[in-house]
Design a protein around this ligand. Structure first.
Ligand SMILES: Nc1ncnc2c1ncn2[C@@H]1O[C@H](COP(=O)(O)OP(=O)(O)OP(=O)(O)O)[C@@H](O)[C@H]1O
Ligand SMILES: [Mg+2]
Length: 330
């Protein structure tokens, strides 16, 4: 990972206006991504992980969605203000995305070759033959056996794990600077998950691609990511280097997530820990800490005001009243 920042997300807010009110799906998210960095975004369902990343590449359906504020600077240029033709050029080329469900990004009626070759031709200005050779090479790197033959098959002729490999090959075929992978393996069994994540790590390291990896599981990010952002109810509640987050988690939510990761090196006598309660509904959230009803360290102030971001010396940061001066005497 280099010092060069290639993507800066600043105070991003994405809201959905629905009949029941305003869903503040993403409400003030900020982070930097460095060249070659693998950043994990972790959180429970509905915390705003997918919406943050769809906002980054300007793919929020509007209506009902709208970007209510913030900036997404890619090499200093705001992707949110870019005309459609320019952002299309970046999407799939410089920034590519693997979606949560591979069948939403693979067209079931088209052969893999048609889908890959056209994208490569379009973005890399290669001839059809060159593009096909490149596609076969990428499928091979992604561990698809006999790629020269498989490339002419349809998506349903591949197993779930193979489809994910195809998605990774497609996602990396234009040598993007950033790969956004949204739960790329959640539909697969654990052994295949591990194989595919390993493959993704190996390929992106080789190509120098920065990765934003979205997942429910801290276990997944532990082995793969340089840095972690923990999301809760549309905001990042803790951020830091992976080792620091695991060694000294600051936010009670992160502590709970860590306790819920299965450990192979410890005998489990009791059932695995799970954080009590449910994630909040993000429609018309009051301006207090949304985690307080589930928190075992809750104070009075947590029920009244949203905690400020507290910066720690090692670069870690957390939004929690436990660490802010104002929260000490209440
Ligand atoms: N098109 C939409 N219309 C209305 N609300 C939406 C829309 N898309 C997302 N949301 C809401 O935004 C919030 C965040 O959703 P998001 O998909 O980002 O969650 P997530 O963290 O990716 O969850 P998961 O882990 O289940 O994928 C949710 O409350 C969701 O209902
Ligand atoms: Mg999601």
């Amino acid at each position: 990972m280099s010092d060069e920042v290639i993507l800066q997300v600043k105070d991003l807010k994405t809201y959905f206006l629905v009949d029941e009110g305003t869903v503040k799906a993403v409400d003030g998210v900020s982070f930097d991504l460095h060249k070659g960095e693998t950043l994990g975004i972790v959180g429970e369902s509905c915390s705003g992980k997918s919406v943050s990343n769809l906002s980054i590449i300007n793919l929020i359906p509007s209506p009902p969605g709208k970007i209510a504020g913030g900036e997404v600077l890619f090499h200093g240029k705001d992707l949110l203000k870019m005309p459609q033709n320019e952002i299309r050029e970046i999407r799939g080329n410089k920034i590519s995305m693997i979606f949560q469900d591979p069948m939403t990004s693979l067209n079931p009626f088209l052969r893999i070759s048609t889908q890959m070759v056209e994208t490569i031709m379009l973005h890399q200005k290669l001839s059809q033959e060159e593009a096909k050779a490149k596609a076969i090479e990428m499928l091979k790197l992604a561990g698809i056996p006999a790629p020269e033959k498989r490339i002419d098959q349809y998506p349903h002729q591949f197993s779930g794990g193979m489809r994910q490999r195809v998605m990774i090959a497609m996602g990396l075929s234009c040598n993007p600077e950033i790969l956004i992978a949204d739960e790329p393996t959640s539909a697969l069994d654990v052994t295949i998950q591990a194989q595919i994540l390993e493959l993704m790590q190996e390929l992106t390291r080789k190509l120098g691609t920065a990765v934003i990896l979205i997942t429910h599981s801290l276990g997944v990010v532990a082995g793969m990511c340089d840095t972690i952002c923990v999301m809760y109810a549309g905001r990042i509640v803790e951020r830091g280097h992976t080792e620091e987050i695991f060694e000294s988690p600051r936010h009670p939510y992160t502590m709970g997530l860590i306790r819920s990761v299965p450990r192979l090196d410890q005998e489990t006598k009791n059932r695995l820990y799970s954080i009590p309660g449910q994630p909040p509904n993000v429609i018309d959230l009051p301006d207090c800490c949304p985690f307080y009803p589930r928190c075992d360290k809750v104070k009075d102030i947590c029920k009244k005001k949203y905690p400020p971001v507290v910066q720690f010396e090692n670069g870690q940061s957390a939004s929690c009243w436990l660490y802010s001066k104002e929260g000490q005497n209440v």
